[in-house]
Design a binder for this molecule. Sequence first.
Ligand code: IPE
Ligand code: IPE
Ligand code: MG
Length: 248
Amino acid sequence: MPLRKQINTGKLPSHVAIIMDGNGRWARQRGLDRIFGHQQGVNALREVIETAAELGIRYLTLYAFSTENWGRPDEEVSALMEIMVQSLNNETDTFMKNNIRFKAIGDIDRLADDVKKRLFETINLTSVCTGLNLVVALSYSSRWEITEAARRMSVDVSNRTLKPDLIKEEDFEKYLTTYGIPDPELMIRTSGELRISNFLLWQLAYTELYFTDKLWPDFGKEDFYNAIIDFQKRERRFGKTSEQVLEK
Ligand code: IPE
Ligand code: IPE
Ligand code: MG
């Protein structure tokens, strides 16, 4: 049976998050500069966005650039920013046509003015879209996000709009950049690395994790289908017993 047919469309993960890793290795394996890997990675990105939209997935969060990635060589950082701006120049019309709403999370202030300008344009233009919510994590790290949340909460405590004794998990979530977005149900990481690398530490608490050896530029539609099929075979217990879960 074709993979697409094996997917139960009534049981799709509402939110899939992806750590798109392995661009550099993809290029080095071919004797090319790492930057070619990043350029090639854009094709995989386009295919995955298309597939998620076709399937009817509500949220897709993509880790595009981490806080730690600022520490890479200047030429690589500039190339990544340029690829980002170029891709948004090329794809914004397609997003609008396909009803895809674009959002960015992360320390956006740190980005150069031209990148910010392009981001805000795409965010504004697609704000009327009601289909797939595409969230790009840019200059993002979870520790940054949590620290920022704690800092902003402290400000509210000191100006007395927030009472420390009454703070609940739901209140904390309001200070995260992902507020309003459901937690991911499935997180995919490519390139064989078995780690989270500072991505959505709070939000991934009960997410199903899927790792594949495929390098990001080689990741395509069928790989995405495989991850969803694997996800659909799992029993999510959220701390309960298997019997309790099956009773429902
Ligand atoms: C992922 O690929 C893209 C970014 C982190 C921006 P890498 O550039 O990390 O590729 P590898 O891990 O070095 O192969
Ligand atoms: C994680 O990949 C960040 C992104 C994919 C944007 P890295 O390549 O930066 O992660 P580490 O350094 O291997 O953990
Ligand atoms: Mg990497």
